[in-house]
Design a protein around this ligand. Structure first.
Ligand SMILES: [Fe+2]
Ligand SMILES: [Fe+2]
Length: 265
């Protein structure tokens, strides 16, 4: 079993597909991930399961890999012990979680925006361009820049979990480029396909960050790193001035127009 801990999760799932289902039951979605190639032991560390869940998970996996054998389950080393399931963030990371809330409000509006989309109409084209402006300037330049240029730099960027996050940011950017091309060509099908794909991608991406990545990162920060992060994020906030408030008002305006008020976040 010890050797399996040091194997890539993809290889373990390929050889023992049932392990993918077991991970799923513990809300660890490795099977559908197309990018990462984390080790089984990293999965356990990153997801910060309670000691009971961790033993149960490892026992279930051991039962699949070596059925019938009595197995000594190795203890997985942690930087800090698993805490209660309730998510608590350090102040700088909480800022990012708050930014996610505005991005999620934008994502929740996308189906309404696409419902009656008519790209022959100047007003509808402006609407899509407004959403793209929000995605590019708030979600990407403001928020993803804090992640890519600051937060992720505290970790080894060769870690698979960070490669996955970077790749998802890039995939999001590609969807946005396709949306702009669709507007240019007045091709509603392309705009629908890529805006909806962006919504689906970001929804899952944010969930992974809020529930897995950020708590895992937070567990490894020292107090002085938390202070440093807070002041570096503050610098970015100052550089962007009133822009975040402007984008908050933009989303609120869309919510009032389409839904009579807030529908998410
Ligand atoms: Fe991200
Ligand atoms: Fe994020």
């Amino acid at each position: 079993m010890q050797s399996f801990l040091n194997q890539s999760i993809k290889a373990v799932i390929r050889d023992y597909p049932e392990v993918g289902q077991i991970l799923d039951e513990f809300e660890i979605g490795c099977a559908p991930c197309s990018v990462g190639d984390c080790l089984l032991k990293d999965i356990v560390e990153i997801h910060n399961l309670s000691p009971e869940d961790e033993r149960l998970l490892m026992a279930r996996i051991a039962g699949v890999i070596s059925p019938g054998e009595k197995i000594e389950l190795p203890a997985v080393e942690r930087k800090k012990p698993a805490g209660p399931k309730e998510l608590k963030y350090s102040p700088p990371v909480k800022k990012l979680v708050e930014e996610h809330k505005l991005i999620k409000r934008c994502l929740a509006l996308i189906p309404r925006l696409l419902e009656y989309l008519d790209l022959q109409s100047e007003a509808d084209r402006e609407l899509v361009l407004g959403a793209v402006d929000f995605i590019r300037n708030y979600a990407d330049r403001f928020h993803h820049a804090k992640e890519e240029d600051i937060l992720f730099k505290y970790f080894d960027e060769n870690l698979d979990i960070l490669k996955v996050m970077h790749q998802e940011h890039e995939t999001g950017r590609a969807h946005v480029r396709a949306v702009l091309a669709g507007v240019e060509e007045r091709d509603s099908g392309v705009v629908r396909e890529h805006l909806d794909a962006y919504r689906e991608l970001l929804k899952e991406h944010i969930k992974k960050e809020d529930e897995i990545l950020y708590p895992w990162m937070d567990r490894s920060f020292s107090t002085s790193q938390v202070g440093e992060l807070y002041s570096r994020f503050g610098e970015v906030d100052r550089q962007f001035g009133e822009a975040p408030q402007k984008y908050g008002a933009f989303i609120q305006g869309l919510e009032e127009r389409f839904c009579g008020g807030r529908i998410a976040g």
